[in-house]
Design a protein around this ligand. Sequence first.
Ligand code: FUL
Length: 714
Amino acid sequence: MLLINPDRNLLSGIKKYLESQRRLLIVSLYLICLFSADSFAQAPVPFGPVPSAAQLQWHETGMYCIVHFGPDTFTDKEWGYGDEDPALFNPKNFDAMQIVGAAKSGGFKGIVLVAKHHDGFCLWPTKTTEHNISKSPWKNGKGDLVEEFKKACDKLGMKFGLYCSPWDRNSALYGKPAYVEMYRAQIKELYTKYGPLFMSWHDGANGGDGYYGAAREKRTIDRTTYYGWDTTFALVRKLQPNAAIFGDIGPDVRWVGNEEGHAGITSWQTYTPAALEEGKIAANGFSKYWEATTGHRDGQSWMPAECDVSLRPGWFYHAKDDNKVKSPYELFDLYFQSMGRGAGLDLGLSPDRRGVLHENDVKALKSFGELLKQTFDKNLLLGARFDASNIRQNNEPLYGTANLIDADPYSSWITDDEYKVPVLTINLKEETTFNIIKIRENIKLGQRIDSLTLYAWNLNKWEKIAGATSIGSLRLIRLSKYLTAKRLRLVINDASASPAISELGLYAEPVRLGAPEIKRNKSGEIEITSISPVTGIHYVVNGGETLIYQSPFLLPDGGIIKANAMNGNKSGEQQIKEFGLAKNKWKVLSPVGVNNLLIIDDQSQTVAEAGSVNGASPEWVIDLASIVTFRSFTFLPPQDNMLDGIVDQYVFYVSDDNKNWKLVSKGTFANIAANRVEQRVALPSAVSGRYIKFLALHVLSGTKARIAEIGIVK
Ligand code: FUL
């Protein structure tokens, strides 16, 4: 319609109408924007592989203990042959509550019980084999150890998991298809009766010699096909869907590649395992598993690492190791090297023949737990103000920095997709002293951060204090010195997707008067040194009186030394070290070559090597300089990652004249590749002689034998 002579009122009415329509439009557009910001704002898309529900609960558990207890406890072995008489098993004072309680006091959240180790003895009354607890005198054959552990865990609020060894040196069926059926039947019994389980633990040691129902022979299996793991794992998933499955190469949790308790400083939670059939040795001679310590940034699966390490040198109890229990601070250090690098910490506990943990073990666990509490009880960031350079969609409640300290591992500070390298400034309430920074990513969104740097404001500038690559479920940066600052800055240098940090923490560990180091130098003298500044060092030799350390001293016959660093009257952590006979007068007679001295140089990091001569096994002949009477010898494998040259079978001789030799010991070093601790072999009775001969009967791979140290103990 055309308005030729418009009336004024009409015109102003139309104007008003249009104006109101314009406002309405603006308001609607504004509302649409708001609405889309809330509902259509894209939630962050996960990057790469992400954890399953079973893996998430495993991450939340974090640290737990694996308990080795069985016939080996009574025979003093690490790997039973399979012919052990069940009558041996009779722990008169067995107390699951004491064991689980001690683990709990150490801050551990669960127990994995070895229900059957390689010797095949089942700790529950199974229908699958006669070789089980019902044939032992314990509780007149009516006992069930798995059940007792399970009940203790329930009572103490600890999670429960199981390890049933696939390698079974007792079963006549081992190596045949029928054994795999039996193994699955064992899994079925265990997982039906003793759940819910948080872990299904599967070991990688497989095949070799054993009793095998009196056949006493060597049985080799093809570990890639024999067990039919796919079928077994499907059974595990069916029976215990929430359990994380651990194996050398997963599927849920990978072995970290060593039994020393440390992951790589960079350790990705994603991993592409090398196929088992590729063997364990990479082209450079290193164990293929070393890659598992670092994982792979572009790994195809979410498969975090577990660090399994024992509280004692071995996995089973041996009285000779009572002084070698890891100290609370050693455990604390391991905590940073495992948990602090996003791996799980699985600490081995070894009940003794009474059926309880030795007092030294209980004490170490308790003090370790106290250290953790003292350190992590208070997040020094509480009350701080955070200034983030970007917050996703400016949505403070959903993606803002308050999420960093709300103790929810999945609520996070997240940036916009295109904002991958944000900066976060932390303004603390006051000058704060700390040495630990904790960072967690929201792993439900994958591992997104590639690297970050931390700065502290010092007088008038930002100073770099630390950096880190892999973050994942947990990263603890531990500074070597305490630092005092009021402002900190976290800079993401590189990320594959917008960072999603779910937790930040700042802590100060208690001031530490560290344990001194005790070692024997090349002249055979004992040296005690301290890394912490101290006013003195006190030490005791073989339980005698307390002495004040002045200078290096000789200890020709060896013995046990306990030393403490002192700060005035305050005594610090204790170091305990056991020495065999001094070696400074010894000579290596054969094989000839400088390198061979390394076998008696008291330096654990040096290695002597020898190949076979005319097809005969490599051997070392050592002159002890005088006739000596002794009861044990010690053997230290190389402390590196190489598999080549590791001796797992030996023969040991003595002689008075270097001509007529007497064989005094012949045997196997069980689990020597994975756990490279000193082996102390007790001889059947005291022997004397001036010469010793160590013959490397078998090496795990390669043609040469490689040995770090040989020693003898009176
Ligand atoms: C290893 C086994 O061979 C050891 O004996 C121990 O059980 C350890 C936890 O796993 O591979």
